[in-house]
Design a protein around this ligand. Structure first.
Ligand code: NAD
Ligand code: IPM
Ligand code: MN
Length: 360
């Protein structure tokens, strides 16, 4: 099979973890006889440096032409005080919108080998296996009006959380379809005791659930969900929620997995006639300026995102499983980076990438 992949390493540790993810793609292509065509592109802070904008038109064209896009992370401290429209992060919002990848799938599980890497009690987190389905191209991230106007005491910042029935229904269906292949439970997370968008969200989730009588639906308020995630994480199977709630809850999920460096994600949009999904694949973590350039970032979230790409955008289940099995085997062998607090000497980013390739 031809695998035409756009690679956007981005900023900070994005470049380091992406290098290892690409090596894994090369290893898989070699082993299973696929033709890998990689194209490099610019997104985020590096794109601002080189072209003056975080999401150059050229990157949009490359993404439209590729079968799938692999992304590292974006964000540089030098832009911390820049207005949102001129920040690296705006590039990420731009590419998600242009690709129409409305469903961000963020699996969170505890591996046996990492049970002691989490600060939470073993018996609480053991057996955790959930997928957070985060709506990704709507809500407060994109709503208008937005901006800051005026000055003095009346200077005002505005953001708008808004959802249409259609946007809620499609992410709801995605969650129910996923639940059908899992433990058949959807937890819809909202703030319907306060927000009108959440009231519509809840109403539409109930309507969609009628199409899936074999799947259980529960509603959880987001503040309670934040607590339940660390108190009783095994009660969750599929968690579906709006954009910002999903962003926040998935970083909390990282504590269950042992490190944010472990979490992969798939952002998917339309399903093509071939059955393949339009997809953008990125780890959940950011550019981690505090450890960038030190060859110690955990590349397993990025590598797990490669497995997700093989599954969703290419339908290559055997290859995806080989990558996921390799992750499990390096964890069992204790071949991990410092964030996972191994008993022995931690491996570097590059060494973990090499260990994964060797295990495939
Ligand atoms: P972060 O995820 O970059 O880092 C949070 C903490 O987790 C840091 O202590 C970091 O060292 C650690 N960490 C993150 N990834 C790790 C890995 N792979 N291995 C080991 N440790 C890891 O979040 P932040 O510090 O809040 O944000 C830094 C920048 O990244 C900001 O500019 C932010 O906007 C951006 N960001 C980008 C993305 C993305 O591109 N998808 C996601 C989140 C944050
Ligand atoms: C993520 C990140 C992004 C988000 C930022 C960098 C725009 O935190 O992918 O989780 O909030 O979606
Ligand atoms: Mn985030």
């Amino acid at each position: 099979m031809n695998l035409n992949i756009l690679v956007l390493p981005g900023d900070g540790i994005g470049t380091e973890v992406t290098r290892e993810a690409v090596r894994v793609l090369q290893r898989v292509s070699e082993k299973y006889n696929h033709t890998l065509r990689l194209t490099d592109g610019l997104l985020g802070g590096i794109a601002i440096h080189k072209t003056g904008t975080p999401f150059p038109d050229e990157t949009a064209k490359l993404a439209a032409d590729a079968d799938a896009t692999l992304l590292g992370a974006v964000g540089l401290p030098e832009f911390d005080n820049a207005p949102p429209a001129q920040r690296p992060e705006r590039g990420l919002l731009g590419i998600r919108k242009v690709l129409g990848v409305y469903a961000n799938l963020r699996p969170v599980r505890t591996y046996k080998a990492l049970i002691d890497s989490s600060p939470l009690k073993n018996e609480r987190i053991e057996g955790t296996d959930m997928i957070i389905v985060r709506e990704l191209t709507g809500g407060i991230y994109y709503g208008t009006p937005r901006g800051v106007e005026g000055s003095g005491d009346t200077e005002r910042g505005t953001n708008t959380m808004t959802y249409t029935r259609a946007e809620i229904a499609r992410i709801g269906r995605m969650a129910f379809h996923l639940a059908r292949k899992r433990r058949k439970k959807v937890s819809s997370v909202d703030k319907s005791n306060v927000l009108e968008t959440s009231q519509l969200w809840r109403k539409v989730m109930v309507e969609v659930s009628a199409e899936f009588p074999d799947v259980e639906l529960e509603h959880v308020l987001v503040d309670n969900c934040a607590m339940q995630l660390v108190l009783n994480p095994t009660r969750f199977d599929v968690v579906v929620t709006e954009n910002m709630f999903g962003d926040i809850l998935s970083d909390e999920g990282a504590v269950l997995a042992g490190s944010i460096g472990m979490l992969p994600s798939a952002s998917i949009g339309e399903q093509k006639p071939s059955g393949a999904w339009v997809g953008l694949y990125e780890p959940v973590h950011g550019s981690a300026p505090d450890i960038a350039g030190q060859n110690k970032a955990n590349p397993l979230g990025a590598i797990g995102s490669v497995a997700a790409m093989l599954e969703y955008s290419f339908g290559l289940m055997e290859e995806a499983t080989a990558v996921n099995n390799a992750i499990e085997s390096v964890l069992n062998a204790g071949q991990v980076t410092a964030d996972l607090k191994p008993k022995g000497t931690p491996l570097t980013t590059e060494q973990v990438g090499a260990a994964i390739c060797a295990a495939i």
